[in-house]
Design a protein. Structure first.
Length: 225
């Protein structure tokens, strides 16, 4: 019996020395584990930003899908649909918008390579082409107005103004996004380099979507003439 008591006391006395070391990454560690967890925060933020953008694009897709369906259905309902001659400047606008998407990817490639000056130049050129597209769309509207084609002239002209106007409004947001990404001083923010890359990715995804959406709308309007 005394031997058992002595053994128990010996275990209690030496037990504190066998306590398992703290897990790596704990608050009381040497910082190695905590350092490994730091890069995960920007990665999670980037994933959330990209996911949010895709959700927004899904909403925009449903909106324009509804407009496109209404356009097709209305065209086949009656004999009052009049063919609409699309202004030629719209094809030039399309070329400018497609080229802007190419320049966006060029800029992102320079950004990934660390060439910030070249990135800013290509990004600014893409932004200017976006502004040129919007200006060209206003020219197209003016040409139609001078030809006596207005919103209430015919169902075809009504859909033309609604579709191009809705796309233009969304593209204005895209231009503002490009300008914001291009002019902001990301170096002043924490993890500025990673945030700039994420912002360029998100803005690029939105812009490419607007580009593809416009090509679809142009084909739709061309087929509905």
């Amino acid at each position: 019996m005394p031997t058992a008591v002595a053994d128990e006391l010996e275990v209690k006395d030496t037990g504190h020395g066998t306590t398992p070391p703290p897990r790596s990454g704990g608050r009381g560690g040497d910082g190695a584990g905590g350092g490994n967890s730091q890069p995960a925060a920007p990665a999670r933020s980037a994933s959330v930003a990209v996911l949010g953008m895709y959700l927004l694009l899904a909403t925009i897709t449903m909106f324009f899908a509804a407009l496109s369906s209404a356009y097709i259905v209305r065209k086949g309902l009656g004999d009052d649909w009049q063919n609409l001659v699309l202004p030629r400047v719209m094809y030039l606008n399309t070329a400018a918008l497609v080229l802007s998407s190419v320049l966006i990817e060029r800029a992102r490639g320079k950004l990934a390579a660390g060439a910030l000056d070249a990135y800013r130049q290509w990004w600014a050129a893409a932004s200017l082409l976006g502004v040129a597209f919007l200006a060209g769309q206003l020219v197209a509207w003016r040409e139609l107005a001078e030809a006596g084609v207005f919103l209430a002239t015919n169902p075809s002209s009504s859909f033309f103004y609604v579709l191009t106007g809705a796309h233009g409004a969304h593209l204005i947001l895209g231009v503002l996004g490009l300008l914001y990404v291009g002019v902001r001083h990301w170096e002043r923010a924490a993890n500025g380099a990673a945030r700039r890359i994420t912002a360029a990715q998100v803005a690029g995804v939105y812009w490419h979507f607007m580009d593809g959406l416009w090509v679809f709308l142009l084909l739709l309007l061309h087929a509905g003439r």
